[in-house]
Design a protein around this ligand. Structure first.
Ligand code: ZN
Length: 97
């Protein structure tokens, strides 16, 4: 597994949790957004501790408190830029530039 935090897991509020499986990111196409969805869940003390220790933690709709869609590259929310060209960096998150 890579040392790159993006490849290692999910970065959120400074915490990096390991995940077992990654979906392949589509290659960057200049000017085109790569949309991602970001979900936020509440965690109990126990769930947070287990996730921090590397346990597999499953999330469901019962803990979902937010969901947003934005572009991985320009980091703008969908509603602000969906009609515009992406101005994000020409960086391939799969490891090449
Ligand atoms: Zn973009």
């Amino acid at each position: 597994m890579s040392d790159d935090p993006i490849r290692m897991g999910i970065r959120s509020t400074g915490e990096v949790a390991k995940v077992e499986q990654f979906a392949p990111m589509p290659s960057k196409v200049p000017g085109r957004h790569r949309w991602i969805g970001i979900a936020s869940h509440t965690l109990t003390d126990e769930t947070a501790r287990r996730a921090h220790e590397g346990a597999t933690v499953k999330f469901g709709v019962q803990t979902l408190i937010g969901f947003s869609i934005g572009c991985l590259d320009c980091e703008e929310p969908y509603e602000d830029v969906f009609t515009q060209r992406c101005r994000g960096p020409e960086f391939d998150w799969n490891g090449s530039q």
